[in-house]
Design a protein around this ligand. Structure first.
Ligand code: IVH
Length: 666
């Protein structure tokens, strides 16, 4: 190993530089994960080499520094940071340590979302907001009272039984909705985009003109009492949060209490899934000991209290370099720019490619080949390039040119004035055919194991297939002629093909790539007709009768089946033994005759919830009427919720819905 002092110097300088970029300039160059890695390394070397520890090391300080343009405020008690943990085991260790420190006294826990915003301290004197200060370096922050006064979620005057003096802490953040709107506006006026809502919130707090800040629509959650005079009789943190609510202070609704670690980890999981659909970014959970009398006993370390810790969700953001851009032709002819990135690990997987969606998006991001970029991945969703790190440009980055001919077949591309997509209109385009066949074989469609993109490409190149029906005429001997196949692989593919002959009709329809028809529409069509023959014989009017399809879609689907090309392929399939099976009947009639409407944000994809209803014999509809039996209202329910109340339709929450759908175990 090299000289530890040298490495320490390097790490300290790097961390200081990144602190400045993050806290003061709002333009970070590395992700939280990369920052944490630098920080942990420094901490480890310092721990192993105590003589090299120094008081000005970033490991001894809390955060950034206040801005010169704002009045500096010294916090009455320091605004500490939180110790980070990353696993269930870390949490268990943290709990055990605290239990030991309080020598067996009863401990319970409050778990809160960790809002990814700007730490703030609000001071109320006789109920009136007199000061708002940022956390700054934890000891000193900026006086941002004028900006904070513009926030709708911060009361200027407390209500209820307020104390003489209250200093309360929380997080100012920008909702995802406000963030997208702000960036869209900035793109229009050619201003640099904010990389994420946190930076946008920080940038807004630092605006010197409060009327500009007001337009940016920030929000705030309060989560911790700083100073309270006279001292209250409140004994627990959860009661304190309840008290906050009575004062009119906004408290996060997703806060739960636990007696032990049991249940806590499931709650983390649950919230981690749910958070994609929330309107704010949360980068973890905060676990706090509920009994406030123990805070004094536990005390704090240099940086953080012992009675609280953060559990960080796996990273969602990382930085990488855009090495090149591919133009990918999809099965419907849409040409999509796809980013080839320098490999980077994000949320446990290595990312090398990310969609850039369309050329408007490329323009909006101001992206060039060679740029350092931010990439994000939320849940299972495919990674996205979300911003350019302009400060890392060296000058030889290259513009991304929008093609005017199809990169696969050379045909001219068509661009709809109103649409952002560019499309290859050549129906014999080989790239479209290749994608279409790969889609046909994909998991959600015919689910043919062994028929991935590479194999499809090779079969097409060797003229062994011309359309999807030819898949069902493939034989082992032919397959073995291709270098890709050996005995075992060929047998596996043929078995996959064989199994697919009886795929459910809805999957078959989805596989065919009918215009305007996703999985849900295909299920509706399949349920309505019950067999491929009936669909093939149906007149256009029969499609219009399908509930929930709509006229435009009905016409498009009928038009697809009326094409001679479609009929030819379907007939060939039939003679080659493809006989889609009827979709399975509902698994029970528990909800038979009942119509459900979902509104607002629920913790599972709406389509999945609708599927549950249908599998139990019920109906899922998109509009509330007298015929609706239940409206399942999630967070932020709007018009449908109001209509349900007006019509006297039963409104239930998602938990009640799940309760209703539970099958009794025999
Ligand atoms: S409690 C001494 N609760 O996370 C305890 N902090 O990484 C101080 N944060 O500085 C904080 N959500 O700005 C607490 N529910 C929450 C939080 C939260 C976000 C921020 C806060 C803190 C930072 C530490």
């Amino acid at each position: 190993m090299g000289d530890p002092q040298e490495r320490i110097n390097f790490l300290r300088n790097e961390i200081r530089r990144h602190n400045r970029l993050y806290y003061t300039e709002n333009s970070p160059e590395i992700s939280d994960g990369e920052y944490d890695a630098l920080y942990s390394e420094l901490k480890k070397i310092e721990e192993e080499n105590p003589p090299l520890v120094s008081a000005d090391s970033p490991t001894r300080k809390v955060g950034g520094g206040p801005l010169p343009s704002f009045r500096s405020i010294v916090h009455k008690t320091p605004m500490l940071s939180l110790e980070n943990t990353y696993s269930g085991d870390d949490i268990k260790t943290w709990i055990e340590r605290n239990r030991r420190l309080v020598s067996g006294r009863r401990v319970t826990f409050v778990v809160e979302p960790k809002i990814d915003g700007i730490g703030i301290s609000l001071t109320y004197e006789k109920g009136k907001l007199v000061l708002a200060a940022t956390r700054g370096d934890g000891v000193k922050g900026d006086d941002v009272t004028d900006n904070v006064k513009t926030l709708k979620s911060v009361p200027l005057m407390l209500s209820g039984n307020f104390p003489e003096y209250l200093e309360v802490r929380g997080e100012v953040y920008m909702s995802r909705g406000a963030f997208s709107a702000l960036n869209a506006e900035r793109a229009l006026s050619g201003e640099a985009l904010f990389a994420n809502p946190r930076n946008a919130a920080a940038g807004t707090m630092k605006l010197l003109d409060p009327s500009r800040a007001a337009k940016r629509k920030l929000d705030c959650f309060l989560y911790q009492a700083g100073v309270l005079v006279p001292p209250t009789k409140i004994k627990t943190h959860s009661e304190m949060l309840e008290y906050f609510k009575t004062l009119g202070l906004r408290v996060n609704p997703s806060i739960r209490q636990f007696d032990s670690v049991g249940g806590m980890l499931e709650f983390f999981e649950e919230f981690n899934l749910k958070r994609q659909s929330l309107d704010y970014d949360a980068d973890g959970m905060v676990i706090k000991i509920n009994e406030m009398e123990l805070y004094g006993v536990l005390g704090h370390t240099l940086k953080a209290p012992r009675w609280a810790c953060a559990y960080k969700f796996p990273a969602q953001q990382a930085s990488s370099v855009l090495e090149s851009v591919d133009m990918q032709v999809g099965r419907t002819g849409v040409v999509t720019p796809v980013a080839n990135l320098k490999a980077v690990k994000l949320g446990g997987v290595v990312i090398k490619r990310a969609t850039l969606h369309n050329f408007d998006e490329v323009g909006r991001l101001g992206l060039k080949v060679g740029d350092s970029v931010w990439i994000e991945r939320r849940g299972d969703v495919i990674p996205k390039v979300t911003g350019v790190i302009v400060s890392k440009r060296v000058g030889d980055e290259k513009d991304i040119i929008e093609p005017d001919v199809c990169p696969a077949c050379g045909s001219p591309l068509y661009k709809d004035e109103e649409d952002v997509r560019i499309v290859c209109t050549n129906s014999f385009c080989p790239a479209q055919l290749e994608r279409g066949i790969a889609h046909f074989a994909s998991r959600k469609a015919m689910d043919i194991d062994g028929l991935g993109e590479k194999v499809v490409k090779s079969l097409l190149e060797n003229s062994m297939i011309k359309d999807v029906s030819d898949i069902y005429a493939l034989g082992k001997k032919e397959l073995l002629e291709l270098p890709l196949f050996k005995e075992k692989k060929a047998a596996a593919l043929l078995e996959g093909i064989e199994k697919s002959r009886r795929r459910p009709l809805s999957k078959f329809l989805f596989a065919m790539g009918i215009p305007f028809s996703g999985e849900k529409v295909c299920r509706l069509v399949s349920r309505h007709f019950g067999s491929l023959e009936k669909i093939m014989d149906a007149p256009e009017s029969a499609f219009e009768e399908i509930d929930g399809l709509g006229d435009v879609r009905a016409k498009a689907i009928a038009g697809y089946f009326a094409l001679p090309g479609t009929e030819g392929i379907l007939v060939k399939m039939k003679t080659r033994g493809v006989l889609p099976a009827p979709d399975s009947a509902p698994v029970s009639d528990k909800l038979a005759g009942k119509t459900f409407v979902f509104t607002g944000k629920i913790p599972m994809p709406r389509e999945k919830a609708q599927e549950i209803v249908m599998s139990l014999g019920g109906k899922a509809s998109g509009t509330v009427s007298e015929k609706t039996d239940f409206v399942v209202a999630g967070e932020k329910s709007g018009e449908k919720y109001k209509k349900a109340l007006k019509l006297g339709v039963a409104v239930i929450d998602f938990e009640e819905f799940m309760e209703m759908t539970k099958e009794k175990t025999k």
